[in-house]
Design a binder for this molecule. Structure first.
Ligand SMILES: [Zn+2]
Length: 187
């Protein structure tokens, strides 16, 4: 179990959609996302795709609220997600590792993904507040990120966006879904 990586899982899913692009427009896109996470393998059909897209919107709303500094909204949305996707921890031991916790080994891919990401975001907010969530400040991007810099100075999702800040181009030719500059108020 690595809760920090589960917060990253949420960011990865949210960033599969930008205004003009959607990596989860078909099953192939979902397979590509999950190929990075072999422990989340399982049956994939249109039902799972639809559920993952719905989960993505819930996670985006949480992260965008957090990035805006709206703690109450982020937490309320996240608590709702936690109720709908309860965690079922199990102790496991394999590959020479000691006993460690696994979450939700059974259930559909969307259910397991939801439980993990909800726990990851909850652990992040419990430990750090909402201050590390960010929305890329580059025009035409719209991706979210988790700022792990020591002084929380990150404003862009990637080096390419940072390098082109002030220029119209960004990481990809997409329009922003939300245009609130990250960290504008320095909160
Ligand atoms: Zn960006």
């Amino acid at each position: 179990m690595n809760l920090a990586s589960y917060a990253d899982l949420a960011v990865d899913l949210v960033n599969t959609r930008r205004d003009q692009e959607d990596d989860l427009r078909d099953l192939e896109g979902l397979r590509a996302l999950l190929s990075q996470r072999p422990h989340l393998g399982g049956r994939i059909a249109h039902r799972e795709l639809d559920a993952m897209r719905a989960l993505r919107e819930q996670l985006r709303a949480i992260i965008v609220a957090a990035a805006r500094g709206d703690e109450d909204d982020a937490v309320e949305r996240l608590n709702t997600l936690l109720i709908h996707h309860p965690v079922h921890p199990q102790l496991a031991r394999h590959n020479g590792q000691g006993w460690h916790l696994h979450f939700n080994e059974s259930g559909s891919i969307p259910d397991r993904y939801a439980a993990r990401t909800a726990m990851g975001l909850a652990a992040e907010i419990a430990a750090e507040g909402v201050g590390r969530f960010g929305l890329c400040g580059a025009e035409g991007c719209g991706r979210v990120f988790l700022d792990t810099t020591a002084n929380r100075s990150r404003r862009y999702c990637c080096g390419r966006c940072a390098g082109r800040a002030g220029v119209t181009a960004a990481c990809s030719p997409i329009a922003p879904r939300v245009t609130v500059p990250a960290r504008e108020s320095g909160q």
